[in-house]
Design a binder for this molecule. Structure first.
Ligand code: ATP
Length: 881
């Protein structure tokens, strides 16, 4: 059988048992069952058991397993019960299980987001065009391809209007290939035509960069060329955010440090004891282990992952869909937001409110040189600018269907934002007529005549100036102005060259469209200003329109802050970088200019976000620190490279996402500060106690505090509401490490404070039982019990201090019910292990009397007023500094 590319369209359709008007829904459903979804097989996900084992691979947990074994051995030698070993094992397993659970939940949250931005495609079924998820495609489906679409499956083209497809993913060729529908002959030696030369085929994973076309799907899923080379695609790469990487580094450094201290303590303790029996060596080893347990922040990685994933889900509720986790952090640092005008700042709800020129000819041209249409109930459907023009013509008594029947379209040069115009060719009685519509300044350059009251006049310079002035007057009123022109042909043009088509035009008139500003944008811009973020408008529209809207929105206050694409062309990259801060509006730009603008800002060291929708926006989105794709009007190509997609195309959503990004980062810092201060207190406490000659807490106690008591408050801190000044301070610097802003110092003194309180509690606990002036030596169960109680209470109370690094707890107007819940939960658990006799026995706790309980609690509560007082001094110091 001949390959599909050398068959005629009829043969292809017949072979695939379909028609040019597509499959019926029933046929499609049957084929979907037969061929399966149009998806590339991903790498198999790890099973629960694999995940569990992966968790256990953590060196910390390995140390604990060894500790469990050593403890078991010690107890065996001493003829005691294996309680400690069992507790360690249970806590390790519980922790690994919790890790698996939270990781899977976080992953599911991110996956859910990915399906939100899953690719869709335009399919014709039973003669009607629908939008479907790409994985519902089956062989035989007829698909519509437009600039910006990514090709959803392999197909044989049925139609091509200047269709160009970039197939680099398959052929390595980055220059887009022109496509056509006609059958290809075989090569002279009757060998297969190479993939890159099959001009009438399109392949999954390539991108339509220009024109329009239709194709019948020939292969889906793993049967596609992409499927054949891809084999099993690796799943989404496991990408870590900068913060996660830094934390991992910190973890490694801490581990080394801890190892050093452990060895020191081990040797020191042995030397002090002066006896080297096996029993003694083993118990000293356990002291060293408890130090390791105390120092390593086990919950940290999990807490960060969970807070990030909850944050990302929150953002999606605010219409910002994160595609790459790193964007969450970068958002908080954003200094410049470069945004499109149409649809992002404005509503993209165009209506023609003014026009000038030969009304009937103007309306005809605007409606015919147009890909929108009137639906059955008379509403215009399509791209908003185009739909507005179709509606305008209909209002003039010229419905598009009727016009098209009289003057069918035979050829076209599609719109592209570089040329800023489009042309179509129509058959009329006495030959052909071309209509061109586009930016007035561009169109007028190509006109040599104009039509007025049915007669054609030569276009003098004076008239041109007059028309440009009319254009400016409309643009100054913030209208989006388009011009239309026509040209007669006796024979259709042979080339598809703009230089041949779009010249010697006859000017017909102007339409002025109003596109109201989105109501929430003004507040969002004001919020940007307060937050130290610079909004920059970039638009293909006319400078005057852009300036009028930008002033209305207070993006700029003076027209001198606007630059046009042409002026930009006259500047070198260095000059642009030097002056980039001056400009808040770029008008009449082409997508290529956007990359220059981003580059200039980045050269100034600014973290830059850039929004985009069109095919040609992809490079600038990639270059920006945060590429923002448009969910509604955006093309697949831009969405695929974006770090974040706006489900509602709204500028205000970008600002909301920045706010959310700042909040998430703040909260992660709060959790980190809390967990590290807790660890710090434990290490210091154990260390100082060892030097003083007693054992503060056993490894199981520390494990319990770290993995059970601390976990909930840390997570709850991750859910804190934003502080009132979240959007009133300048963006965080990307160079700021984890400990920036005095966090390191805070952790240090707060850790010392908790350690001191715990030590006091230990000594008091010991003395209250044994008698005062009786300093503890070795192991004092009473002291340990009190220390345990105080340390867990104290850390839980301290989590409340962490709700704000500097502000008083009592000045915060928000509440964190989850934190209260975490506090209650932690208290119940701590009390449970103390008060339920079998548990208490396992942990080696002695019964606690009411006075002891109250003393422990009172000591723990001390952390609140002391930290408040220090914060007060810190605030005072910051004010005077
Ligand atoms: P933004 O960049 O803010 O989205 P834009 O829609 O004006 O604004 P482009 O799509 O690049 O940007 O359009 C550039 C110019 O091309 C427009 O200002 C308009 O004059 C002209 N234009 C836009 N759409 C069409 C169209 N469908 N047909 C003809 N000309 C158009």
């Amino acid at each position: 059988m001949k390959p599909l590319y050398s068959q005629s369209i009829d043969e292809v359709l017949q072979q695939l048992q379909t028609t040019a008007s597509g499959l019926t829904d029933q046929q499609a459903a049957e084929r979907l069952r037969q061929y399966g979804p149009n998806r590339l097989a991903g790498a198999a996900k790890p099973t629960l058991l694999q995940r569990f084992v992966a968790q256990l691979r953590d060196p910390m947990l390995l140390i604990l397993l060894v500790a469990a074994a050593v403890s078991g051995l010690t107890n065996y030698l001493a003829g005691e019960s294996f309680a400690e070993a069992i507790i360690i094992l249970v806590v390790v397993l519980l922790n690994a299980g919790l890790g698996v659970f939270q990781e899977s939940k976080a992953e599911a949250a991110i996956e859910a987001l990915q399906t939100m931005t899953a690719a869709t495609c335009k399919v014709i079924r039973s003669g009607k065009q629908l939008t479907l998820h790409s994985d519902e495609l089956v062989p035989g489906d007829v698909i519509v391809l437009e600039a910006g679409d990514s090709v959803p499956a392999d197909g044989r083209l049925l139609e091509s209007a200047s269709l160009k497809i970039e197939e680099a993913a398959l052929t390595g060729e980055s220059v887009p290939a022109g496509k056509m529908a006609a059958a290809l002959g075989l090569t002279p030696d009757r060998r297969e035509v190479p993939l890159g030369d099959r001009k009438n085929m399109c392949y999954m994973g390539s991108a339509v960069v220009y024109g329009r076309g239709k194709a019948v799907v020939t292969a889906t899923g793993m049967q596609t060329e992409m499927g054949k080379i891809a084999g099993a695609l690796a799943g989404t790469e496991d990408e870590q955010t900068p913060l996660q990487r830094r934390l991992e580094e910190l973890g490694r450094t801490l581990s080394k440090l801890v190892l050093g201290i452990c060895v020191f303590i081990f040797v020191f303790d042995l030397a002090m004891a002066g006896s080297f029996t096996l029993q003694n060596v083993l118990s000293t080893f356990m002291v060293a282990v408890s130090l390791a347990v105390a120092a390593i922040p086990e919950g940290l990685a999990t807490v960060v992952t969970v807070v990030l994933s909850i944050g990302v889900t929150n953002m999606s509720k605010r219409q910002a869909v994160i595609r790459r986790l790193t964007a969450v952090e970068t958002l908080g640092c954003t200094q410049v937001i470069c945004t499109d005008k149409t649809g992002t700042l404005t509503q993209n709800r165009m209506t023609v409110v003014e026009h000038q020129g030969d009304t009937a000819a103007l309306a005809t041209a605007m409606a015919l040189c147009n890909d929108a249409h009137l639906n059955s109930d008379g509403r215009a459907e399509g791209e908003p600018t185009e739909a507005a023009l179709v509606a305008f013509a209909a209002a003039q008594g010229l419905p598009k269907g009727q016009l098209e029947a009289e003057r069918p379209r035979v050829d076209e040069l599609p719109f592209d934002s570089g040329r800023k115009m489009m042309s179509t060719l129509h058959r009329v009685n006495d030959g052909f007529i071309q209509y061109t519509k586009g930016a007035p300044d561009v169109i007028l350059q190509r006109c040599t005549s104009y039509r007025e009251n049915g007669t054609v006049h030569p276009l003098t310079e004076a008239k041109r100036a007059d028309l440009l002035a009319q254009n400016k007057a409309m643009a100054d009123r913030a209208l989006r102005v388009l011009a239309a022109a026509e040209r007669r042909w006796t024979q259709p043009p042979t080339s598809h060259d703009s230089a041949d088509w779009e010249r010697d035009l006859c000017y017909l008139g102007l339409t002025g469209m109003m596109d109201p500003v989105r109501p929430e944008v003004q507040a969002a811009i004001a919020q940007c200003r307060q937050a130290g973020i610079r909004p920059v408008m970039i638009t293909g529209d006319h400078k005057d329109t852009a300036v009028a809207i930008a002033r209305q929105l207070q993006i700029i206050d003076d027209p001198s802050q606007a630059l046009t694409g042409a002026e930009l062309d006259g500047m070198s990259d260095e000059e642009l970088a030097r002056k980039v801060q001056q400009y808040g509006v770029y008008a009449r730009v082409q997508p290529e200019h956007k990359t220059r603008i981003v580059a200039a800002w980045r050269q100034q060291g600014a973290v830059t976000a850039m929004s985009g929708d069109g095919v040609n926006d992809a490079p600038s989105l990639k270059m920006a620190d945060i590429g923002i794709g448009m969910g509604v009007t955006g093309t697949d190509v831009t969405k695929n490279v974006a770090d974040m997609v706006l489900a509602d195309d709204n500028f205000a959503t970008i600002v909301a996402a920045v706010e959310e990004g700042r909040r998430i980062y703040d909260n992660i810092r709060k959790s980190i500060q809390f967990l590290l201060a807790s660890n710090m207190s434990e290490v210091l406490g154990v260390f100082v106690a060892t030097l003083l000659g007693f054992t503060l807490l056993n490894p199981v106690h520390l494990l319990f505090i770290n993995l059970i008591t601390d976990c909930f408050p840390a997570l709850a801190l991750g859910m804190e509401k934003g502080e009132p000044d979240t959007m009133q301070r300048p963006p965080r610097r990307t160079t700021d490490g984890i400990f920036a802003g005095g966090l390191g110092l805070d952790i240090a003194w707060q850790g010392m404070l908790i350690a001191a309180i715990t030590l006091v509690s230990y000594i008091l606990g010991h003395c209250m039982e044994v008698g005062f002036f009786e300093m503890p030596r070795g192991v004092s169960p009473d002291g340990m019990t009190m220390a345990f109680l105080t340390m867990s209470f104290c850390e839980v109370c301290h989590s409340f201090n962490m709700r704000s690094q500097r502000k008083s707890l009592f000045s915060l107007h928000s509440h964190n019910p989850v934190l209260w819940g975490a506090m209650a939960g932690s208290l119940v658990l701590t009390t449970a292990v103390l008060e339920i006799p079998p548990l208490a026995a396992m942990f080696g706790f002695t019964p606690v009397s009411l006075p002891e309980y109250l003393v422990a609690l009172a000591l723990a509560l001390l952390i609140l007023p002391i930290v408040e007082l220090v914060k007060w001094f810190q605030r005072r110091h910051a004010r005077t500094a």
